[in-house]
Write a protein that binds this ligand. Structure first.
Ligand code: HEM
Length: 771
């Protein structure tokens, strides 16, 4: 048993390490809130580096031990004890004992699964791959549990040293999963000259072919904070259960509409679409487990229901509901010992995997027509070209198993088939964007087929896909990201789209999705959600409106041919400001289904999710981002208004307990962004990784998938969200930037004035194709 080298495991990590913040030193701080923050240069590669030790030794030093066998609880701060643990401290006999223990436990775990599958067999739809990888992940967690107990290994070393210990093959482990799961897997052969992205996201990084691929773990900026150091949800610094997520949303996140003065509803919708491209964390057994249902049944080990909250108007109206069902995210196979990570089934870069599919279940092949590179479709009742209809049960979404919510009066109006499974039907706005992008793909494919009649279906499909990914990515980077980050942070994180020339890929950056963004900073969009959706006619007058709560997975508006009306509403209506307020439609009535009425609370789920993913508390990310050291509630007043701090104090007993989602949304906005410094920073880092860590990012030069400079400039000068909407809908006018409401600074323009891509630059000249 040997230890690999690890930066975390080296000695000498302590409080005296110089710490640099994620923010630049040259920022002008206009508000006193952020003045005096010690700042430094953001370095995309520094996560898990020794310089962060000061932060994580703080939260991991609250070490209340792991495993019942450990006689010595509270081992003291990690800096004192970590040097005593090295690979040699754990013998072969220890590992063998641990494997024996894990073999028994995994049997019990499987029995629990079987019990629930007997109650709700939908979970059986889960692929064998997920089950196999999950069991392997759980097996390693049981080994970890045994070793930490027997050797009294503290949290710090559980995160730092245990992952470096090689464990022998075991009959329970399918080595194949591990070989293909490892980022540096030698089982995956990549063709460096292939110019298209693989559908599963592999081979983006040629040295680490799994970086950013589907069915792989999220990554972390800070090591996890699990209560047991392995997989149990975070608890308070006093080692108590944290306040109930529902109590937090009841008291701290009321439904108060504060529309953003500038942004349009499209800002929320486009943000959600972008997020769905890269993030898809799924629950264990796809939500088939009901953790609230059976009072005396054995609680499934992956249950994390939300309980211990006071009744309120909504819960009382729903049969005095006292428990909100939440199942834990599926564990990811890290192929090593140590704490749990979570699985992302989407490809983790911005490659439109939500449109094209890209994982084992939502296979791109089921979406293609195999004619002229086009995607399949169907017609709505007005004869508009729309997505293909979902054909049950073959295309049943087997990943999250949320049912389609067909209207009771019209049950034949089912959901549509998308590359994102059922999630593409989550509400009419997201579905309308799927429609737009599917149409645009087919436009690109048709145009290319005229230019290059000799191209076969495969080339046409891949080239149209490559252009459409460039089109949406250009909109993300030149319109969406600046709209939420503001100009300064966009510049700081180097996100601006250039006006000429190439950018450079950095193979040392892992573009994978960051846990803190998955559970908190990018979920800021949940506070932007509006309750009322106005559907506008072609004269931009309201035709009718609906409440979001009535339209989850309910596609009757789309069937009726109102996708354009929904889009007109989104670009015309305002957006809510990302703040501590969240509308009832997602706070009480998320995924409301009249067939099974119950309260589902999205912000409470977000808080719960953060804890069960072991994401550390808010202040550590604040420190990570700004370099500020927070030692009291009062220290927070530089970032959060005092009245809000008082509110936080009514729910949290310690400033170190505040959840990242709650703290981040409580901050005063900074740097001209609609976000505070912590969420601005975390999202900026994620975006930076998506740009520079993605070999296929459209502006990069010198790569197999690079565009010619002429093509690239045509992409830059042609593509915009306004143009995309104009080209794919019956809009006659649209404001210059539809992520903002129309105004003098953002005037309406005629669609007819917007150019088309110069497809001629894609004309292929060969011996038989003369210019
Ligand atoms: C109508 C609007 C929306 C609804 C109903 C919605 C609903 C949801 C739900 C149910 C989840 C999974 C929660 C869980 O089990 O942990 C989720 C996750 C998430 N949402 Fe939203 N959301 C909406 C809009 C947005 C927007 C506008 C953004 C960002 C701009 C966003 C960002 C995220 C992120 C980052 C995740 C985590 C995704 C993952 O890891 O798979 N959402 N959302």
């Amino acid at each position: 048993f040997s230890a690999h080298s690890s930066h975390l495991g080296s000695s000498g990590i302590g409080d005296n390490v110089a710490y640099t913040s994620a923010f630049p030193s040259k920022f002008e701080y206009h508000t006193p809130l952020t003045s005096g923050v010690s700042v430094g240069r953001y370095n995309a590669k520094r996560e898990y580096s020794p310089e962060l030790a000061r932060i994580y030794t703080r939260y991991l030093s609250n070490d209340m031990t792991v495993g019942a066998m450990c006689a010595k609880h509270g081992m003291g701060p990690p800096t004192e004890s970590h040097e005593s643990l090295n690979a040699g401290s754990i013998t072969e006999a220890d590992i063998n004992e641990a494997i024996g223990y894990a073999s028994q436990q995994i049997q019990l775990y499987e029995n629990a699964n079987q019990q629930y599958l007997a109650i709700d067999p939908r979970g059986l739809n889960f692929s064998a791959y997920i089950f196999g990888a999950l069991l392997q992940a759980r097996f390693n967690e049981f080994i970890t549990q045994y070793l930490t107990g027997k050797k009294c290994i503290n949290k710090y070393n559980t995160a730092a040293i245990l992952p470096t210990i090689r464990i022998p093959k075991s009959p329970n482990l399918n080595e194949e999963y591990c070989n293909i799961d490892k980022s540096e897997s030698s089982d995956i052969r990549c063709d460096p000259s292939y110019k298209y992205r693989l559908m599963n996201g592999r081979c983006n990084n040629l040295a680490f072919p799994n970086w950013g691929s589907s069915f792989h773990c999220h990554r972390r900026l800070l090591p996890p904070d699990y209560s047991d150091g392995i997989n149990q949800p975070r608890v308070s610094v006093q080692n108590q259960v944290l306040p109930s997520p529902r109590s937090i949303t009841q008291f701290l996140m009321p439904d108060i509409m504060v529309p953003d003065p500038n942004l349009s509803g499209m800002n929320m919708a486009w943000g959600q679409f972008m997020v769905h491209d890269a993030f898809r964390t799924i629950q264990n057994l796809g939500l088939a487990i009901n953790c609230c249902l059976i009072p005396n049944a054995t609680v499934h080990p992956e249950c994390a229901p939300i309980t211990n909250f006071r009744p309120d108007e909504a819960t009382t109206a729903f049969n005095n509901q006292q428990c909100l069902n939440t199942v834990r995210s599926i564990a990811c196979n890290t192929c090593s010992l140590g704490p749990r990570d979570q699985l992302n089934v989407a490809t983790q870069v911005l490659d439109l995997s939500n449109l094209y599919g890209g994982n084992l279940i939502d296979d791109s092949l089921t979406l293609r027509s195999f004619k002229f590179g086009m995607l399949r479709g169907s017609l709505d009742l007005m004869g508009n070209d729309t997505l293909p209809v979902r054909r049950l049960p073959k295309e049943q979404d087997t990943l999250d198993l949320t049912p389609c919510n067909e209207p009771l009066s019209n049950p034949q109006l089912t959901c549509y088939h998308t590359g994102d499974g059922i999630r593409g039907n989550q509400q009419p706005g997201i579905n309308a964007l799927h429609i737009v992008l599917r149409r645009r793909h087919n436009q690109h494919a048709k145009a290319l087929a005229i230019i290059n009649p000799h191209w076969d279906d495969e080339i046409l499909f891949q080239e149209a896909r490559r252009i459409l990914i460039a089109e949406t990515t250009k909109i993300h980077f030149s319109e969406y990201m600046p709209s939420i980050l503001g100009d300064k942070l966009t510049k700081y994180f180097d996100l601006n789209v250039k006006s000429d020339g190439y950018t450079k890929y950095d193979p040392t950056i892992d573009p994978s999705t960051i846990q803190a963004a998955a559970v908190a900073s990018l979920r800021m969009g949940h506070s932007q959600v509006f309750s009322v959706f106005n559907v506008l006619n072609s004269g931009r007058q309201p035709s009718y409106s609906f409440l979001l709560r009535n339209k989850f997975f309910e596609m009757s508006d789309i069937w009726a041919g109102n996708a354009h009306g929904v889009l007109r509403g989104l670009i015309t209506e305002p957006n809510n400001d990302p703040d501590q307020f969240v509308v009832t439609d997602v706070k009480d009535f998320l995924f409301f289904n009249p067939r099974n009425p119950q309260i589902v609370d999205l912000p409470a789920i977000n808080i719960n999710r953060g804890r069960e993913h072991g994401v550390p508390a808010y202040i550590y990310f604040l420190e990570y981002c700004t370099g500020a050291k927070i030692n009291s509630w009062h220290d927070l007043s530089r970032f959060i208004p005092m009245e809000r701090i008082k509110e936080l104090q009514t729910v949290y007993s310690d400033y170190r307990d505040v959840d990242l989602f709650v703290g981040g949304l409580s901050e005063t906005k900074a740097f001209g962004s609609i976000l505070g410094p912590t969420f601005g920073c975390l999202n900026g880092i994620q975006f930076h990784h998506w740009k520079f860590g993605d070999r296929f990012y459209f502006e990069h030069g010198g790569e197999a998938g690079s565009f010619t400079i002429e093509q690239l400039n045509s992409i830059r000068h042609t593509f915009s969200l306004a143009n995309l909407l104009c080209k794919t809908t019956d809009l006659e006018t649209v404001q210059l930037n539809p992520l903002f409401k129309a105004s003098d600074a953002n005037p309406q323009i005629f669609c007819s004035t917007l150019p088309e891509l110069n497809y001629d630059l894609w004309r292929e000249y060969g011996p038989y194709h003369k210019k």
